[in-house]
Design a protein around this ligand. Structure first.
Ligand code: SF4
Length: 684
């Protein structure tokens, strides 16, 4: 399955296209990648996904010509004709319904420069309806951390986490989802004596290294975190000096904790109260303790509140602003941090300035010649709820929302309600099936530019392959659309990504002072104070990024999940496995990774299986009012009773058929991690 015969490959250090760890890799011949010594993987470490990263580059299903729909079917077309169709389709919608009738889906898997130009295109056209898939993974984390601390990113670095005394990992499985970060940074700390507390409904590869496992019921994070906070206060384990100097709202918070009953919270979470107390003591008594958080926390309709409750633990114990401490979201895609940094968010301009800030808009107007609109746009899930209504067109750049959005069957049919849809991608994806035009873009290995990893390091990508057929570089496609669609074509004349990055450093304060040459083969980390060598490692050391000396504690009450369980139903929760990634648009096309895939399984506890007459290996139907899938049962005690688990990587079975689209009221992140389902053996 390769289209390499006429391709040219060249080995140059670049960044892995998968997770946010940001390992350096390069072409190693025979359609394989090898790890090379880089800023993050300093000994050239690589995981199975990184090693297989060229499979997608060389795949024979790559689009090599634009596709346009004629009489219901795609036909190949010259670029000029395809771009004319895009210009005509979008202009017609904008003329009839205004710019807010277009939704722009940005890509966390594309470079900072591409995402910057993309949001610039949307905003110069007159809409803030631009969002990236950070909406679906950590928008709630970013919302809570930005509000309380002033920055929605890892407070610390992978390097200094390797020196911590305690790791409190909640809603994350870094052993499988961020393998090089786990093996090279977290595991050494654990082997050095750091305590690992793992809060997760399942036992997985991370749990194997844990000292304390808190197997909570999905949707009870606040109960667990409040009980831990209560124990810390009750047992006098708070850092009094830190509270005095750096924390506000202490009295109100402690008053709120008076109503928290550790036993009752533990009972609701389905864990032993002593386990929560043990976790609280291990965390609070460590000299330095770090919180690591993932999508098990963020992907709830109370995701923002979950992270607020987590932040309380760091503030109570003085675990902020020092090496080996902090609140550390591990980011999913290789540039999910950067895509948000550069402003592909509906309420946020480049550098996390609000679209409602007139000074920030004026600065952009000076650079662009056009001021962006001042009202926040639509988030991507909310936009799909309005397809065919006020949203009439979509531009989908390197994302696959027909698979990745919750309630996916509904989303797929909503795409059919659009007047016009253009997709820029490598393959005829499930979303492209609903498009009017598909433009063949460039893979990770065919581009240069920068990406920003999970610990705020901006690093450079370098091409390792030429383009297949008539595919074009993404940046060239976006610049061409800017020149065709806007009244300021000169604002989209770029000679490659370097001048785009220079522009970004002028308009995004957190990138100010960085340069391509300064990054070189290393990195620059934001924020990047004047005269810095590599940037700021530990945030919030003297003052918080809000500019304040203190950050507040926040009283958080538990919020029940949107789906309530009817008699006999189980809670479905979802997650990733090491050999696959997100919607699988890349990894499903890797023979190597698919060979490692094994069978798709639904993990189900023996007690739940027995009650339904299900045996290991049976085919089971998993259903709710949103849809149904069939999958093989894996009867295992790795998942707690009352909960079933499945990965979300595949179009078949499409697990997001079952997930709900109730949204967090602040971040509008969907509740992927708690869906009520009925499970039965097929044939009954
Ligand atoms: Fe790529 Fe992440 Fe694996 Fe590193 S750990 S090789 S960045 S998938």
């Amino acid at each position: 399955m390769s289209n390499t015969p006429n391709r040219t490959f060249e080995s140059r250090p670049t960044i892995c296209p998968f997770c946010g760890v940001g390992c350096s890799i390069e072409y190693a011949g025979n359609e394989s990648a090898t790890g090379v010594d880089g800023p993050v993987n300093t000994r050239g470490e690589i995981c199975p996904k990184g090693a297989a990263a060229f499979d997608v580059v060389a795949h024979d299903e790559r689009l090599t010509e634009p596709l346009v729909r004629h009489n219901g079917s795609f036909v190949t077309a010259p670029w000029e004709e395809a771009l004319d169709r895009v210009t005509e389709g979008l202009c017609k919608v904008i003329d009839q319904h205004g710019p807010d009738a277009v939704q722009f889906f940005a890509s966390s898997n594309c470079t900072n420069e591409e995402n910057y130009v993309y949001q610039k295109l949307a905003r110069i056209l007159g809409t803030n309806n631009v969002d990236n898939c950070a909406r679906l993974c950590h928008s709630s984390t970013v919302a809570a951390m930005s509000e309380r601390l002033g920055a929605g990113a890892m407070t610390n670095t992978l390097d200094d986490l390797s020196e911590t005394d305690c790791l409190f990992v909640t809603g994350a499985n870094p052993a499988e989802q961020h393998p090089v970060a786990f093996r090279s940074y977290l595991l050494p700390a654990i082997r050095d004596g750091a305590t690992l507390i793992h809060v997760d409904p399942r036992e997985n590869d991370t749990t194997e290294a844990a000292d304390i496992h808190v197997p909570l019921r999905p949707g009870t994070d606040i109960e667990v975190l409040n009980a831990v906070a209560k124990t810390i206060v009750e047992e006098g384990l708070v850092d009094e000096a830190f509270l005095e100097e750096r924390v506000s709202g202490v009295e109100a918070f402690e008053a709120h904790l008076e109503d928290v009953d550790v036993e009752a919270n533990a009972s609701r979470a389905g864990v032993a109260p002593e386990t929560l107390r043990e976790a609280a003591r291990a965390f609070a008594e460590a000299d330095s303790a770090a919180l690591i958080t993932g999508m098990g926390m963020s992907q709830h309709r109370c995701g923002t509140d979950n992270v607020h409750a987590l932040l309380n633990l760091a503030l109570l114990t003085g675990n902020v602003g020092r090496p080996g401490t902090g609140v550390n979201p591990l980011r999913g895609q290789n540039n999910v941090q950067g895509a948000s940094d550069v402003g592909t968010l509906p309420g946020i301009l480049p550098g996390y300035e609000s679209v409602t800030d007139p000074d920030a808009r004026a600065r952009l107007a000076d650079e662009w010649g056009v001021e962006p609109p001042g009202e926040p746009g639509l988030t991507e899930v909310a936009a799909t709820h309005r397809f065919g209504d006020e949203v009439r067109a979509a531009v989908v750049f390197g994302e696959n929302p027909a698979v990745t959005e919750p309630n996916a069957t509904q989303v797929a049919s909503a795409f059919e309600e659009l007047d016009f849809c253009v997709v820029i991608d490598l393959f005829e994806t499930e979303t492209a099936a609903h498009a009017d035009v598909v433009l063949p873009g460039s893979s990770w290995a065919e581009k240069s530019g920068t990406v920003t990893n999970t610990d705020r390091r901006v690093m450079r990508m370098r091409p390792n392959a030429d383009l297949p057929g008539n595919a074009r570089r993404d940046l060239d496609i976006l610049a061409e659309l800017g020149q065709r669609l806007t009244d300021v074509p000169a604002a989209f004349e770029y000679d490659g990504p370097r001048p785009v990055f220079d522009e970004l450093t002028r308009v995004a304060p957190i990138y100010a002072g960085m340069s391509y040459d300064g990054i070189g083969e290393g990195y620059q980390r934001w924020p990047f104070p004047e005269g810095a060598d590599a940037g700021t490692d530990v945030l919030h050391a003297e003052t918080f990024a809000t500019g304040e000396r203190t950050a507040p504690l926040s009283a958080i009450d538990a919020v029940p999940p949107a789906d309530t369980l009817e008699e006999g139903e189980l809670t479905l929760t979802t997650g990733r496995v090491i050999q696959q990634f997100n919607s699988g648009a890349f990894t499903r096309r890797s023979e190597r990774l698919m060979a490692m895939r094994g069978e798709d399984v639904l993990q189900i506890h023996p007690t739940d299986a027995t009650a339904r007459g299900i045996e290991d290996g049976d085919t089971v139907r998993v259903a709710n009012e949103r849809g149904e899938v069939t999958v093989t049962a894996d009867v295992t005690t790795d998942v707690r009773e009352g909960v079933v688990f499945c990965t979300f990587h595949y179009a078949e079975p499409l697990i997001n058929t079952l997930t709900g689209d109730a949204l967090d009221p602040v971040a509008e992140i969907p509740e992927y991690k708690h869906s009520a389902v009925a499970v039965e053996r097929v044939g009954d």
